[in-house]
Design a protein around this ligand. Sequence first.
Ligand SMILES: Nc1ncnc2c1ncn2[C@@H]1O[C@H](COP(=O)(O)OP(=O)(O)O)[C@@H](O)[C@H]1O
Ligand SMILES: [Mg+2]
Length: 237
Amino acid sequence: MTATVLQARGLTKRFAGVTALAGVDLDVHEGEILAVVGPNGSGKTTLFNVVSGFHSATAGTVTFRGAVISGKRADRINRLGLARTFQQAMAFPTFTVAENLELAQLAHRDDPARRRELLGLCGLAGVAEARAADLPYGLQRKLGVAVGLATGPALMLLDEPAAGLSDTDAEDLAELILALPGRGVSVACIDHNLPFLLPIAHRVVVLDAGRKIFDGEPLEARRSAAVVEAYLGGSDV
Ligand SMILES: Nc1ncnc2c1ncn2[C@@H]1O[C@H](COP(=O)(O)OP(=O)(O)O)[C@@H](O)[C@H]1O
Ligand SMILES: [Mg+2]
C-alpha cells in the first residue's frame, strides 16, 4: 500500500457566478507522477491554487503528509513541503539564475551545495550567472521548476510546464520530471501536451467543468468514452 502525500476531499471553489471546482477528490501518492488534464476552464489551475493555499476553498479539506492544510497561508504550506509552479514562467527576471535559486532557498536554508546540485539536475549549470530574463524560453521553464525544487518540497504541483516548448525542450523537461520521484519529490502536473505528459505519468485525473470525470491509468484514459468526448476527441494521443 503506497502512502498518500496529498489527499483532497470535496474541494469546491466558487467565484461570483462561476463554480470552478465542484466537489473534487484528489489523491497524490508518494513517489507518483500524477497527470491532471482537462479542457480550458475545467478547473485545473483552480485546483492547484486551492491546494497550495493561493485561494481559499469554498468547501472541502486538503490533507498534506497527514496534516490538514486547508485554510493555511500559501507560504506556510510551502514550508510544509508543497511547492507549485505557475502557467507563466515565474522567476525574478533581472536576477541571475543562481540568485533566483538563492532567493527561493532563503525562505528555508541557504545551501550552496544543494543549489549547485539543483543547477546540474535542471540543466542550468552553464547559465547560472545569466539573468533569468535572458534565458531561452525552454530554460526559463526549467528555472521555474528549479525555483520550486529549491524550497525543498515533498510534492511539486506543475502548471503547464511544457506550454510553448519545442519537442526537444519538452523531452528534456520530461526527463527532469521523471528524476523527481527518485529524489523524494512526488509530482502532480497539468499540461495540454499529452504526448509529453502521458508517457511520464503513473496515473491521470481528468477534470471537466469543475468535476473529476476520470481517475486511472493513462492507457485507460484513452479508452474512456467520457474522457474522449470531453477532451481527447480528435487529438492524436
Ligand atoms: N480568480 C478568478 N475569478 C473568477 N473566475 C475565475 C478565477 N480563476 C478561475 N476562474 C474561472 O474558473 C474556471 C476554471 O478556471 P481554471 O481553473 O483557470 O481552468 P483551467 O486551468 O482548467 O483552464 C473558469 O471558468 C475561470 O474563468
Ligand atoms: Mg490553467
